[in-house]
Design a protein around this ligand. Structure first.
Ligand SMILES: Cc1cc2nc3c(=O)[nH]c(=O)nc-3n(C[C@H](O)[C@H](O)[C@H](O)COP(=O)(O)OP(=O)(O)OC[C@H]3O[C@@H](n4cnc5c(N)ncnc54)[C@H](O)[C@@H]3O)c2cc1C
Length: 353
C-alpha cells in the first residue's frame, strides 16, 4: 500500500487525512503539539473554556459548509448569537452596513478545537503527537521523516507539509542541506525559497475572566478593527459562545494587531497586560480592571501576510512533496485552510493511486 506522511495536525492537514480516509493509502500524521487542530485552538482553565486562536469558523464555500453541516456531527456545532461589528483606528465602533452584512460565525460547545478532534477521529491515519519533524531524507527513491528526537519514520511515497510557511521553509532548507542527489537538492532548495517568500504576522492574545458583566454598546459578540490602524485587531465576548463560562462570568478575548505585536514578539506577553487592557477598555468604553484571571498566548505565526506562488509549489509533486495550509490559500482563515487540505488530498490521490 502507498504510504503518505502528513506533517501537522492543524485543520489543513486533518482535512487532507480525512479526505483520503477510504483510499488505500497508509497515512502517518506527525504533530508537534499534544492535540489536534493547530491554530484553531481552545483552552480549558479557571473553570472556563475559551478559543485563544481562531475565534470562529465561517462556512466559506460549499465544500466547507458540507463538511461542517453534512459530513461531521453537528450536535455540538453552534452559531454564535449576535453580530461582528467593526471599529476604526480611533476606536469608533460601527455596526456593519446591510451591504457588508454580518459574518456567519460558528463554533462548537467545547471550543473551536472540536473541529480538529472530529476530523482527527475520523481519519484512518496513525497520529504521532508531540513529534516535531526536523527534516526529510531520501532512501531508495522514497522519503524518510526524521523527528527532533532523532526518530526515523518511513519510508513514504509522498509527504504533505502543512506548518505555517516559515516553519515549512526551515524544514525544507534543512532537508535540502542533507540530501545527496544534486537534482533533488536543487528542487527542494527552490521549493524552500518559494515558501520562504511568504511572510507571517505575529499576534499576542490576551484573555480575561470577570465575575461581573462587561457592558457593551450593541448586540455584538465581537469587534473587528477593519482599517488595520488600531493596536487591537479583535475583541471577543467569549462567554456568548455556548458552555464557555459559569453563569454570571464574562470572558473577554483581545487579539493585538500584527503591527503592535511585531516589535514585542520576543518579549513576555505578560509585560503588556496593562496596555492590552487599557486599549480594549478605551474601545469598549468600560473598565476592564480587576479581572479574576487572565491568560496569554504568543502567536509567532498567526496569519499569512500574503499567499504563496502555488504554481511553483505544484512542482513539488514530481518528487512526492505537497503543500497545504492557510498560506497556500493566501488568507488566515479556517475555511480556506481546509480547502487547501482537500485540494492537496485530491492531488496526492492522483499521484499515489
Ligand atoms: C489569533 C488568531 C485568530 C484567528 N482568528 C480566526 C477566525 O476568527 N476565523 C478563522 O477562520 N480563522 C482565524 N484564524 C486563522 C486560522 O486559525 C488558521 O488560518 C487555520 O487554523 C490554519 O490552519 P493550518 O492547518 O493551515 O495551520 P495550523 O493550524 O498552524 O496547523 C499546522 C500544524 O502543524 C504543526 N507543526 C508545525 N511545525 C511542525 C513540525 N515541524 N512537526 C510537526 N508538526 C508541526 C503545528 O503544531 C500545527 O498543529 C486565526 C488565527 C489566529 C492565530
Amino acid at each position: 500500500m502507498a504510504r503518505l506522511a502528513i506533517v501537522g495536525a492543524g485543520l489543513s492537514g486533518l482535512a487532507a487525512a480525512w479526505s483520503l480516509r477510504s483510499h488505500p493509502i497508509d497515512i502517518t500524521l506527525f504533530e508537534k503539539s499534544r492535540g489536534y487542530s493547530g491554530r484553531a485552538a481552545t483552552r480549558g482553565k479557571y473553570g472556563a473554556r475559551y478559543d485563544h486562536g481562531a475565534n470562529f469558523v465561517t462556512p466559506s464555500s460549499d465544500r466547507v459548509r458540507s463538511l461542517l453541516f453534512d459530513q461531521l456531527p453537528t450536535d455540538s456545532l453552534a452559531q454564535i448569537e449576535g453580530e461582528v461589528w467593526s471599529f476604526d483606528a480611533s476606536g469608533r465602533i460601527e455596526k456593519p452596513s446591510a451591504a457588508n452584512g454580518s459574518t456567519e460565525s460558528w463554533t462548537y460547545e467545547r471550543g473551536i478545537s472540536t473541529l480538529g478532534k472530529l476530523l482527527g477521529r475520523r481519519t484512518s491515519a496513525q497520529t504521532l503527537m508531540e513529534t516535531r519533524v526536523a527534516q526529510l531524507g531520501r532512501s531508495n527513491g522514497r522519503w524518510r521523516v526524521t523527528d527532533t528526537e532523532a526518530g526515523s519514520h518511513g519510508p513514504f511515497d509522498a509527504v504533505l507539509l502543512t506548518p505555517p510557511a516559515p516553519q515549512t521553509a526551515t524544514l525544507l532548507k534543512d532537508t535540502a542541506a542533507a540530501l545527496s542527489e544534486a537534482r533533488l537538492t536543487d528542487q527542494v532548495a527552490s521549493l524552500a525559497d518559494v515558501v520562504d517568500d511568504v511572510r507571517y504576522h505575529a499576534q499576542f492574545t490576551y484573555v480575561f475572566g470577570f465575575d461581573r458583566t462587561i457592558e457593551r454598546a450593541g448586540p455584538y459578540h465581537g469587534l473587528l478593527n477593519t482599517d488595520g490602524g488600531h493596536d487591537i485587531a479583535w475583541i471577543g465576548f467569549e462567554h456568548d459562545k455556548p458552555a464557555r463560562a459559569p453563569d454570571g462570568e464574562n470572558i473577554i478575548v483581545i487579539q493585538m494587531s500584527p503591527d503592535w505585536t511585531r516589535s514585542r514578539v520576543d518579549a513576555d506577553p505578560d509585560s503588556f497586560l496593562p496596555a492590552a487592557k487599557e486599549h480594549a477598555s478605551d474601545v469598549l468604553g468600560v473598565s476592564l480592571k480587576r479581572p479574576t484571571w487572565y491568560d496569554t498566548q504568543r502567536w509567532r505565526y498567526s496569519m499569512p501576510a500574503e499567499g504563496a506562488n502555488v504554481e511553483a509549489l505544484a512542482d513539488g509533486a514530481d518528487a512526492g512533496l505537497f503543500f497545504a495550509g492557510d498560506y497556500v490559500a493566501g488568507v488566515g482563515r479556517i475555511g480556506p485552510a481546509i480547502e487547501t487540505g482537500l485540494d492537496a488530498a485530491a492531488r496526492i490521490g492522483d499521484h499515489l493511486l
